[in-house]
Design a protein around this ligand. Structure first.
Ligand SMILES: Nc1ncnc2c1ncn2[C@@H]1O[C@H](COP(=O)(O)OP(=O)(O)O)[C@@H](O)[C@H]1O
Ligand SMILES: [Mg+2]
Length: 269
């Protein structure tokens, strides 16, 4: 048996707007700049990860056509044929579809329904030649997110440094504990604090509140609020490709290095 090389990381938090998609896209792009081969999977019906790399008309072509995650999941197809190249070297993507809104219904009657994504990813994991597969999850805690987590080795939990940033995080930890009963190897790699506004005190509050959870790593790199992120997204680009000197571009590169460091240190490595 060949050694399992690829690391699969889910970006999940049931709270919307916590920075999941932004972190998945920019950590993914940064890892590709570091020379790693990366596959991104857009698991959300809002198509935000796909829109982070392709203009809207192309995204709609994927979403309305057959080359998207929903089509693959519906047919329980191998994801191998659903991969598209982004404009960047070492960075591929499986696009999403707005039809993902019906994914829970689709999963309902299927055999071993928590493991459909995991089965569809098998060949890409074994033969795709990727170093990382990063999956962007929607802001829910149901059967589909269960699928995403069952297909992953690690979870990164992006948390917004705001008064409501930690709202619902206890539910997320409980959900993770439940998933671990199915996949005991799944590990929370760390919490990434996002959208930190240095003029406000919520960063410290968020860190202190997270310290109440034992065995939860918080990444040292904090992602601060940066309007360049929105400009970059408006232009369907990762922030580093939009403006190399943007503060958040440097922060996401640091975070990507830290992700690699945590992965190397983890028991699963
Ligand atoms: N560091 C940041 N600075 C400014 N805006 C940000 C930052 N990170 C994310 N955003 C914005 O916040 C919103 C939510 O981020 P997003 O990554 O889509 O969260 P989620 O995927 O968890 O819903 C988006 O409009 C995004 O542009
Ligand atoms: Mg999102």
């Amino acid at each position: 048996m060949t050694e399992k090389r690829v690391k699969t990381i889910a970006f999940a938090n049931n709270k919307g707007g916590s920075g999941k998609t932004t972190t998945c896209a920019n950590v993914g792009y940064s890892l590709s700049l570091l020379g790693r081969r990366v596959l991104l999977i857009d698991g959300d019906m809002q198509l935000n990860l796909t829109l982070s790399f392709f203009p809207e008309d192309e995204v709609m072509d994927y979403a309305c056509g057959e080359k998207n995650l929903y089509a693959a999941m519906k047919k329980e197809d191998d994801l191998w044929d659903y991969v598209v190249h982004t404009p960047y070297e070492n960075l591929d993507l499986v696009p999403s579809s707005t039809l993902m809104s019906g994914i829970e219904y689709e999963l309902f009657a299927k055999w071993q329904r928590e493991l459909i994504l995991s089965r569809s990813l098998k060949r890409l994991k074994e033969e795709g030649g990727y170093d990382y597969i990063l999956i962007d999850a929607p802001p829910t805690l149901g059967g589909w997110v269960m699928n995403i987590l069952c297909a992953s080795d690690y979870v990164i939990l992006p948390v917004e440094a705001s008064p409501w940033g930690l709202f619902g995080v206890a539910n997320m930890f409980e959900f993770l504990d439940n998933v671990k009963r199915l996949v005991p190897e799944l590990a929370l790699l760390g919490v990434a604090i996002t959208k930190l506004d240095a003029r406000k005190n919520y960063g410290r509050q968020t860190l202190e509140a997270l310290q109440a959870y034992e065995e939860v790593n918080v990444f040292r790199t904090l992602i601060r609020v940066d309007s360049e992120i929105e400009w970059a997204q408006d232009n369907s680009r990762p922030v580093m490709a939009h403006k190399k000197s943007a503060r958040s571009a440097g922060e996401y590169l640091e975070l990507a290095k830290e992700v690699e460091e945590y992965v190397c240190r983890s028991k699963q490595h």
